[in-house]
Design a protein. Structure first.
Length: 213
C-alpha cells in the first residue's frame, strides 16, 4: 500500500523536473506526507496541458475514507470507474515508507538513481476542493516479503501518458506496468519516528542508527 511518502525537494526543483503550469504559492518540502493533508500533484486541464497544485490526500465515501485504490479493480469499481476515465493525476515523490507486516519496522523506499518517482492516482473534484487516492499494485519481488502491495510508480513518459486527456492511454499504461518493476528501488530501514505524522524532518529518511549530519 502507500500510507506515507516524502516530497522533500524545493518547489523550484519540482518545477524543473516537470515543466507545467503550477498553481502553488505556499508549498513546503515534506518528509512525512500523511493522509488527510495536502500533497503536490499534477493533472491535465481541458486543453490537455499539465497543471500542478496541491490536492488533499484521501477520498470520502459513504462507508470509508480511502487513500489507495487497487489498480487491478479500478475499471470495475463504481467508486473509481468514472474517475479513471476523466480525472487522473500523478503524485511526484522522492520516496515512500512501508512497514514490514511482521516486525513493524519502517523502511524508506526510493528510486535508486535519486530522481523522483511518479505515483499514479485518481482525484475527485468537490465543493470543498479536490480529493485523491494513489493506485497500488502487487509488490515488486524485492518488496513482497515486507508487504504485498506498493504504489504504482511510473517513469515520466508513462506518467505523462497516464494524464493525457485527448488521447487517453491510461489502459496501456496500467498494462505496461502490471507485474513489472518500472523503477529500480533502494530499501533503507529508518527510525520508527516516522510512525507519527507529527514528525517532519530530514532525519526520517536517514538509515536506522546513522548519526544526524
Amino acid at each position: 500500500m502507500c500510507g506515507r511518502f516524502a516530497q522533500y525537494w524545493a518547489f523550484k526543483d519540482w518545477q524543473e523536473s516537470w515543466p507545467a503550469t503550477w498553481h502553488v504559492t505556499d508549498f513546503q518540502p515534506r518528509y512525512n506526507v500523511s493522509p488527510g493533508t495536502q500533497m503536490l500533484s499534477l493533472v491535465h486541464d481541458r486543453d490537455d496541458r499539465a497543471v500542478g497544485g496541491l490536492i488533499l490526500w484521501g477520498l470520502k465515501t459513504p462507508k470509508a475514507f480511502l487513500i489507495n485504490a487497487r489498480s487491478e479493480t479500478v475499471q470495475s469499481r463504481p467508486t473509481f470507474r468514472q474517475l479513471l476515465a476523466q480525472t487522473r493525476l500523478v503524485v511526484p515523490l522522492n520516496g515512500y515508507y512501508e512497514w514490514d507486516q511482521t516486525t513493524r519496522q519502517p523502511y524508506y523506499i526510493a528510486p535508486a538513481d535519486g530522481k523522483p518517482a511518479w505515483a499514479l492516482g485518481l482525484y475527485q473534484p468537490g465543493p470543498d476542493g479536490a480529493r485523491a487516492v494513489i493506485l497500488t499494485e502487487a509488490a515488486d519481488p524485492q518488496l513482497e516479503s515486507m508487504h504485498p502491495r506498493m504504489p504504482v510508480l511510473a517513469d515520466q513518459p508513462r506518467a505523462e501518458a497516464w494524464l493525457r486527456r485527448r488521447t487517453p492511454q491510461y489502459q496501456d499504461v496500467l498494462a505496461s506496468l502490471n507485474g513489472t518493476a518500472a523503477l529500480p528501488l533502494t530499501v533503507t530501514a529508518v527510525s520508527k519516528r516516522v510512525n507519527s505524522s507529527r514528525e517532519e524532518d530530514a532525519s526520517l529518511i536517514h538509515p536506522l542508527g546513522s548519526a544526524a549530519p
